[in-house]
Design a protein around this ligand. Sequence first.
Ligand code: 5GP
Length: 174
Amino acid sequence: MNANDDLKALIRTIPDFPKPGIQFRDITTLLLDPSGVARTVERMVTATRGPVDLVAGIEARGFLFAAALAVPLNAGVLLIRKDGKLPGTTIAEDYALEYGQDRIAIHEDALVPGARVLLVDDLIATGGTARAAVRLIRKAGGLVEQAQFLVDLPDLGGADALRGDEIAVDALVS
Ligand code: 5GP
């Protein structure tokens, strides 16, 4: 048994979602398991390097982990939202999807310069979303040097691309 195989066993694969040919890694089954949630949070806290001021979660599943990590890490929560959802003045960053593009945003005054930010999401695939989040945090004056994911899909190369952006990347499950 490898480390975190217990968590892997709680994640199921749904074929052909959201479209034919995609194997969707569904973490809702892990979230339903009280000890699975606790072990996930505990291991992400252990993997965190040094003090952080904010845990940034990417909409929507990343919010869950950001909030859970913020409490033991004594940090605040930064919501990285799909563009158009935040009420105040925002700054945004575009990123490419397989077809077309998407845009994420934060409030322009969310970060004090030099704030140490830990980026979290449920899963990294191509890395497009996480890399856009890093650009956005840096544009807003934040210091982001680490990112954590529950799942990495290594064949898609996202974690390696993020490492190329000078981010220490940890994932519990591959
Ligand atoms: P990327 O930008 O790295 O290609 O895709 C990662 C983003 O898409 C994450 O925000 C993640 O929530 C979502 N995502 C892509 N594929 C999957 C998947 O198979 N399972 C889950 N849970 N999320 C996925």
